[in-house]
Design a protein around this ligand. Structure first.
Ligand code: ADP
Ligand code: MG
Length: 147
């Protein structure tokens, strides 16, 4: 499934559709190179879940968490770019962070990838003119609720 995202408004709207459908246990795996729009889409999702104000990029902290009532469900926003080995995701306690929460994962391949999970919505962002395009590969749990 391919979704055209010509500008930031389209990015926010797509983020809102994902947010509406998101459940605890899900992973939104955001792939694409530097500047592809991964953090922008994550911010759109987090804002649509109810968070008001800044959403820091987890580039340096690796993991940022958001909890109700500020957001509709517990949320983990991670950027695995800096991991050198997938095992480091376990070492930083990713399983504990994910308990009862949804995960937004930038650079998911650096954490071993999540595409094997039925709750994984894999999104690859790429440039398209001055905007972006999303290639969406839903896990089985997403088939009845595609964004
Ligand atoms: N759909 C879009 N159309 C135009 N510009 C976009 C779009 N999505 C993101 N951008 C811009 O691309 C830049 C990089 O985005 P960012 O989300 O930080 O990328 P990444 O997290 O993948 O490195 C930002 O300046 C952002 O405003
Ligand atoms: Mg980023």
């Amino acid at each position: 499934m391919v979704i055209e995202l010509p500008d930031l408004a389209a990015m926010d709207a797509f983020g809102a559709r994902i947010a509406q459908r998101l459940r605890p246990g899900d992973v939104v795996a955001l792939s694409g190179g530097l500047g592809a729009g991964k953090t922008t889409l994550a911010r759109g999702i987090i804002a649509a879940l109810g968070h008001a104000g800044e959403v820091p990029s987890p580039t340096f902290t690796i993991v940022e968490t958001y909890d109700p009532p500020a957001v509709r469900l517990p949320l983990v926003h991670a950027d695995f770019y800096r991991l050198e080995r997938p095992e480091e995701a376990d070492e930083l306690g990713l399983d504990d962070y994910r308990e009862g929460a949804a995960l937004l994962a930038e650079w998911p391949e650096h954490a071993g990838g999540f595409a094997g999970e039925p709750g994984c919505l894999a999104i690859t962002l790429e440039s398209a003119g001055s905007g972006r395009r999303a290639i969406v590969e839903p896990g089985g749990d997403w088939l009845g609720r595609l964004p």
